[in-house]
Design a protein around this ligand. Structure first.
Ligand code: PLP
Length: 445
């Protein structure tokens, strides 16, 4: 009882999970080992069998509730099984699940119009895909077709997908196989915490100029980057970097691609898209994850002039922009607006970041607290001067947090960064509970 008294108390939540009659975790784990790809991984010693979700909470096979601070990798933006999103999906499923591009359907055009209304400048033409990888593959292909050049520049520590082209743009050995991934140059990462020029965005931007001068013909297809690196451990690009790089890329004839797969869709709080915080307007924007609240959907948005390169051939995608997925997308936009989830991400994100900063003063293992809105990172290091990654310690802390009812992600090149990317309905009470649990778990190290 004395130990239990020290365990932070989860905020109350009015939901009774459905009875679960499926197989237990051990049986699923056995089947996973036998029938699923060996490349799959999990964070916990005994992976959880998650059988239900409701808003910012997940439930395991025993009906135990967990606060979800990862949201299926920044994907469930409105909350798990949000009633309005479910209703939109089921209504559309009853009417029409799939047709094909040769027929018209208003759900698809309505969602394209709604997405375009969220975009600055002339970014008005939408191509739908099924994933973030496909969106980035298409974006890089468009840049290459439009410019007639092959060279693409991306950032070290970035993640852009798992197909050949996007794996080439990705710059972390953890996520690459040794296959041919040609035509991508990786620039110094403008990472204020670990980067070689600290927070000096202009210095990093000069590295891109040097790549153009010394690594290409002087002309490039484009530049692709996240505004806040997600898989890379919640790294916000140094201020001043993107405007300077966009200028150099455009001077070299290239297009600027913003990968908003994680950092977009209201998550940054201060803005709807991550790039907006840097005062730039990209030529192509890619998105996925949050756009469908977990339904497979991605998109590339660009200008009419750039999109016209695809008229040289028929180009389509069987499932991309399927009416069920786009009905979900329309519902997501309605919910974000009505429930003011971007504003919530701003207010709650600031509150949570502030509390985490205070936690940093208490625990020397916290080397850095960073991020924006509800895309926050906490980097653990065993030595603040040397920034030695606390790779095993983070696993212990995660395990303890799970025991106390909190699920959180981790990432970064060294796997030592907590990735806090909850559903955008996360509350201040959830933040207090989260920080108290992290505090308790760190104290046990
Ligand atoms: N781009 C970014 C920034 C991502 O974080 C991811 C996935 O984590 C992708 C692209 C690839 O998206 P998907 O896994 O939907 O193919």
């Amino acid at each position: 009882a004395a130990a239990a008294a020290n365990v932070p108390k989860m905020p109350p939540f009015d939901h009774r999970p459905l009875p679960y009659e499926g197989p237990a975790a051990a049986e699923i784990l056995r089947k996973r080992a036998e029938f699923l790809s060996p490349s799959l991984f999990h964070f916990y010693k005994n992976p959880l069998n998650i059988v239900e979700g409701k808003m910012q909470y997940l439930y395991d096979e025993n009906g135990r509730r967990y606060l979800d601070a990862f949201a299926g990798i920044a994907t469930v933006c409105c909350g798990h099984c949000h009633p309005e999103v479910i209703e939109a999906i089921t209504d559309q499923t009853k009417r029409l699940q799939h047709s094909t591009v040769v027929y018209l359907n208003h759900v698809i055009t309505d969602f394209a119009e709604a997405l375009a209304s969220k975009m600055p400048g002339n970014l008005k033409v939408v191509f739908f895909t099924n994933s973030g990888t496909e969106a980035n593959e298409l974006a890089m292909m468009i840049a290459r077709l439009y410019t007639g050049c092959h060279d693409v520049i991306s950032l070290r520590n970035s993640y852009h997908g798992n197909a050949a082209g996007t794996m080439g743009a990705t710059a972390q050995s953890n996520w690459k196989f040794n296959i041919i991934q040609s035509g991508v140059h990786h620039a110094q990462n403008p990472d204020p915490y670990r980067g070689i020029f600290g927070s000096d965005g202009e210095k990093y931007a000069r590295d891109v100029e040097e790549i153009i001068d010394f690594g290409t013909s002087g002309h490039v297809a484009g530049f692709i980057s996240e505004a806040i690196q997600g898989v890379g451990g919640i790294v916000e690009l140094a201020p001043g970097y993107l405007p300077a790089v966009y200028k150099s890329i455009r001077k070299a004839g290239g297009l600027c691609i913003a990968d908003e797969v994680q950092s977009g869709f209201a998550r940054p709080g201060s803005h709807f898209w991550g790039f907006e915080a840097h005062g730039v307007v990209p030529d192509i924007v890619t998105m996925a994850k949050g756009i469908g609240n977990g339904i497979p959907l991605g998109a590339v948005v660009t200008t009419r002039e750039i999109a016209n390169v695809l008229t040289r051939r028929s180009y389509f995608n069987t499932f991309g922009g399927n009416p069920v997925c786009t009905a979900a997308g329309l519902a997501v936009l309605r919910v974000l607006e009505r429930e003011k989830l971007q504003e919530n991400a701003f207010v709650v994100g600031n509150y949570l970041k502030n509390r985490l900063k205070h936690l940093q003063e208490k625990h020397s293992i916290i080397g850095d607290v960073r991020g924006r809105g509800l895309m926050l990172g906490v980097e653990l290091v065993t030595d603040r001067e040397l920034k030695t990654p606390a790779k095993t310690e983070i696993l212990h802390v995660m395990e303890q947090m799970k025991e106390m009812g909190v699920l959180v992600g981790k990432g970064g090149y060294y796997g030592n960064v907590f990735r806090i990317t909850p559903p955008l309905c996360f509350t201040k009470e959830d933040s207090d509970f989260f920080v108290d649990v992290m505090d308790t778990a760190l104290a046990k190290l």
